[in-house]
Each structure stands twice: as C-alpha cells, then as structure tokens.
Design a protein around this ligand. Structure first.
Ligand code: 13P
Ligand code: SF4
Length: 302
C-alpha cells in the first residue's frame, strides 16, 4: 500500500498539478507542498506556473486569487469550506460613500478579501508589502479594507497619508492580548517577540519585529538570537523549526489556531486530486475586475 504522500505524488504527475500551501495549514500538509509561503509569495508563485492544475492548501480567498491570476488553469481547494471570515468584512456601500466624499480616494484592499471586494479596490496589498505600496500611492486619502489592525499599522508607518480604517479584523490574531504577551516575555526574558500586523496596536507596541509570516521566518532565521516569542498562527512553527532546529520558539498563551486553515488535511488534498472536487469558479466579468487590483499590486514590483 502506497503512503498517502506517494499517492499524492502520483496524482500530481497524472494531473500535471502543483500544490501551493500557506504556512498556517497543518504541518503534514505543508510537507507535501511544491511551494509554501506567505500570501505575497504564493500570489506571485501562482503566476506562470508550468502546470494545468493548482491545488491550493489554504483558505478560499487564496484559491480565488490564484484563479483570478490564472483563468486558464484548474484551481482546486482541498476543503472548499475553508474560509477566512475577515475576507467578507467590508461594505461596498461604504466604499461608494467614501469615494463620493473624497474624490482622490484610493481603496486599498488587503489580499485577505473576497473576489467581489477586490473589484471595488484600486490596488491590493499583502501584509508583506502594504506599507511600501501605500507609501508609493499618489493619493492622500486611503480607505484601507478589510483589516483595521493592518490598516492601523500602515497608518503608523505612513503618517503623511490620511488613512480611513474599516471595522474588520482577524478573530485569530485578535485573541492575542498585551497581558498574554507580557506574561510570556516575563517567562522568557531573553526571547525576542515577533508579531504579525493583524494583531492589535497594543500588542504590536511590545514587538521587536512586525512582519508577514515569511518575514517573521526570515527574521528569526537570520537573527543571532536563540529564543523567540511568536505572535501569529501556530502553523509558522513548522517552518521556523525546520529552518532553525537549534533555536527555541514559544507561542503566546498556548498559540493561535485558524480553523479554516486547519480544516485542510492530507486526505482532502489527495481526494481533490483524485476526484477533481473543490474547483474554484469565478464569473469572468467579476474576475476581470478583481484582476485589475491584484495585478496592479504585482506590477508595482514592491
Ligand atoms: P501572510 O500575509 O503573512 O501570509 O498572512 C496571511 C494571513 O492570513 C494572516 O492571518
Ligand atoms: Fe483569515 Fe485570520 Fe485565518 Fe488569516 S489567520 S486566514 S486572517 S482567519
């Protein structure tokens, strides 16, 4: 009997498929991926792949973005119900209202958003490039959707802009509190605290480094430090430990879990390759409009 990894390998060859995985999916799923990374890396990796099929081990907005960028390829989600609640947290009516109020408004949309929300945006950003992209925009007024926390972080880094915040947030990162961080810092006084900008400002204020999942991994890998407190979803620990077997990583308060990401299993990866289930389909008109803001991000070269 073949191991499930051998089955997946054989099905990948048969379908000319590649597997993209985000750092938050379970460790054993990350282990079967051809490309693993943060949202920025994965959106770039999805373009121009020499494959007919993309299996996206992540949440829906990630598979949707891969389909928007690759309309000719089949994009499959191992778990089609793997959703990011924050991706829905902005109101098109409010966007219209603000566009009326500020004629120079740029709507900047975090890639953690539905295809529909992306159609209302001028440009998309990820947690890895949001500051640089917003800095480079000619517009003074920015409406940052859907994440209030990433928007606040960007506002702090780009004070010359007038950034209007939206009321969305990630339930996983919202759970991290300054009190929990203080406690783990007291337990491990030598550890540096590395945090994702989806956490609240009071938590970011305690950080030695703020960055996307890939940036957190690079920082820890390059640092001379030996101990780190990690303020993001537990899945990043897999790559952190693979790359840094001699360093020690502590979660905050037992760690954060994204249920959408954790609902992706090896069996579901195998089955979608076998039965071609969980296909992402995006209406062509919607795709074209969402493509424009995503592509503008990729073309910005930032
Ligand atoms: P990254 O942009 O670091 O991949 O994070 C994505 C995400 O969903 C964070 O919650
Ligand atoms: Fe969405 Fe938060 Fe999960 Fe990231 S960790 S996918 S923002 S729910």
């Amino acid at each position: 009997m073949d191991s499930i990894y051998q089955e997946i390998e054989a099905l990948k060859k048969k379908n000319n498929a590649v597997i993209l995985a985000h750092y938050y999916v379970p460790d054993e799923v990350q282990a079967c991926a051809d490309h693993i990374g943060d949202s920025f890396y994965l959106s770039k990796a999805a373009v121009g792949l020499d494959a007919d099929m993309i299996v996206f081990a992540g949440v829906t907005f990630m598979g949707e973005s891969a389909k928007i960028l690759n309309p000719g390829k089949t994009v499959l989600m191992p778990e089609p119900g793997a959703d990011c609640p924050m991706a829905h947290m902005a109101d098109p009516e409010k966007i219209r209202e603000l566009r009326g109020k500020y004629p120079d408004l740029a709507v900047v949309c975090y890639i953690n958003s539905t295809a529909e929300l992306k159609t209302y945006a001028d440009i998309c950003v990820t947690s890895a490039n949001a500051v640089k992209i917003v800095k480079g925009l000619p517009n003074k007024h920015i409406y940052f959707i859907p994440d209030r926390n990433l928007g606040s972080y960007v506002a702090g880094q780009v004070p010359e802009k007038d950034i209007i915040l939206n009321d969305g947030c990630c339930y996983v990162h919202k759970e991290v509190t300054p009190q929990q961080v203080q406690k783990v810092k007291e337990e491990h006084p030598k550890a540096e605290f590395l945090v994702h900008p989806e956490c609240c400002q009071e938590v970011l204020a305690l950080a030695d480094f703020v960055g996307s999942t890939s940036e957190i991994i690079s920082y820890a890998s390059q640092s001379k430090g030996q101990e780190f407190i990690i303020g993001t979803e537990n899945g990043v620990m897999y790559e952190l430990r693979q790359k840094n077997p001699d360093k020690i990583f502590y979660p905050v308060a037992g760690g954060q879990i994204c249920s959408g990401m954790k609902s992706v299993t090896l069996e579901k990866v195998r089955d979608c390759l076998k039965y071609h289930t969980g296909e992402i389909l995006v209406d062509e008109e919607l795709r074209r409009r969402a493509y424009s803001s995503l592509n503008r991000m990729l073309e910005s070269g930032v």
